[in-house]
Design a protein around this ligand. Structure first.
Ligand SMILES: *Cc1c(COP(=O)(O)O)cnc(C)c1O
Length: 378
């Protein structure tokens, strides 16, 4: 089956007891045991497994062309579990890129994760830095995020994976921003692909789930499954049901998301009040050629720097009428955000940077709105 078909059918079938075409929501927390002690339908207790969660995990496995998927209550629960699932015989050293999702910075600096692991931050667009870091000490895990947040840096999956594998380290890609429509890290040798399902896969800003899809069986995958069952940060059946509804239109939504974003990037690139536009689809973007090779399109996240400083950028965000001032991404509504003020004093985001999640509105309406918001910036 092709991607679009799998998005609709994988993990699901017509319900045998009612013939319902869409899957029912299985809210029951517990499942009956047969007289002989067996469980006729594999389900026992919803923390361990639930029909809606099972269907979502099957579907995401198939879309990422992986071996298995483990879901969690949020993207951050998936990320924390993955880092902690590093098997005991692996070095507790993790190499991470210098531009990545801010929630991971918070996880490292505000919780005990940062002290339990030796975290090494490198510019992963520079392969010499990756090699130097990996050769300087035994490493357990290499973390890839591409395109990255908020500067849309592009990392070469195959090159980084090769370096990591030679050193015996696991690799993981945060594939939230690209989705398996645009890139499939597991087919390029990456061991785990991680998602905040909350974003494009759910697609409508109304659910919270995290997922890890594994390329093959491994002690790390065994740990992850145990973490899910026993630590218990599982997604609700309703959220899984919503994700399975959303994922059915993922391929079609991504096409419009990408087409809109590409047009907005061009518009901003020519705008006299905009200094820099960070979008891998622009031919002047430093990662454009790598993105063109490993992605089928360039995504719908972009950031741009307003000429001036924080005051000018905040003024643009204050003036938008249609685009919504809110954090997050991947939904139908276009969102704008001044990252530096959201992230606080430890931010690395330039003060004049605004991040856009381009939604599914008509692109001309979006352009008109951004155009009026940028008009008077001096
Ligand atoms: C949102 C996001 C996360 C965290 O996911 P939650 O579902 O909010 O916990 C992780 N990585 C990226 C790239 C994200 O955009």
């Amino acid at each position: 089956m092709r991607f679009e078909t799998k998005a609709i059918h994988s993990g699901r079938s017509i319900d045998k007891s009612t013939s319902s075409v869409t899957m029912p929501i299985h809210l029951s927390t517990t499942f009956e045991r047969a007289a002989d002690g067996s469980y006729p339908n594999e389900f026992v207790y919803s923390r361990e497994s639930n029909p809606n969660r099972h269907a979502l995990e099957d579907c995401l496995t198939s879309l990422e062309e992986g071996y298995d998927c483990v879901t969690f209550a949020s993207g951050m629960a998936a990320i924390t579990s993955l880092i902690e699932a590093l098997p005991a015989d692996k070095p507790r050293r993790v190499i991470m890129p210098n531009d990545m999702y801010f929630g991971i910075h918070s996880l490292l600096w505000e919780t005990d994760i940062g002290s339990k692991f030796d975290i090494v931050i490198v510019d992963m667009t520079n392969l010499h830095e990756v090699e130097k870091a990996i050769k300087s000490a035994p490493t357990g895990l290499v973390w890839i995020e591409t395109p990255s947040n908020p500067l849309l840096k592009v990392i070469d999956f195959e090159a980084v994976t090769k370096i990591a594998q030679q050193a015996g380290a696991y690799t993981v890609a945060d594939n939230t921003w690209a989705t398996p429509v645009l890139q499939r890290p597991l087919t390029l040798g990456v061991d785990f692909s991680i998602h905040s399902v909350t974003k494009y896969i759910g697609g409508h800003s109304d659910l919270m789930i995290g997922a890890v899809v594994a390329r093959s069986d491994s002690p790390m995958l065994t740990n992850l499954r145990a973490w899910q069952h026993s630590k218990g940060a599982v997604p609700s059946p309703f959220d899984c049901w919503l994700a399975l509804r959303g994922v059915q239109s993922l391929a079609q939504r991504m096409m419009t998301h990408c087409a809109n974003a590409s047009e907005i990037a061009d518009f901003l690139d020519y705008h006299p009040n905009v200094g820099a536009v960070h979008y891998p689809g622009l031919s002047n973007h430093p990662g454009h050629h790598i993105a063109a090779r490993q992605m089928s399109s360039f995504g719908s996240m972009l950031s741009f720097q307003v000429k001036g400083g924080q005051r000018e950028a905040m003024a643009v965000a204050a003036k938008v009428q249609l685009v919504t001032r809110a954090t997050s991404l991947g939904g139908t509504h276009s969102l704008i955000e001044h990252r530096a003020s959201v992230e606080g004093s430890t931010t690395m985001a330039p003060p004049n940077l605004l991040r856009l999640s381009i939604g599914l509105e008509h692109v001309d309406d979006l352009k008109e709105d951004l155009s009026q918001a940028l008009e008077e910036v001096k």
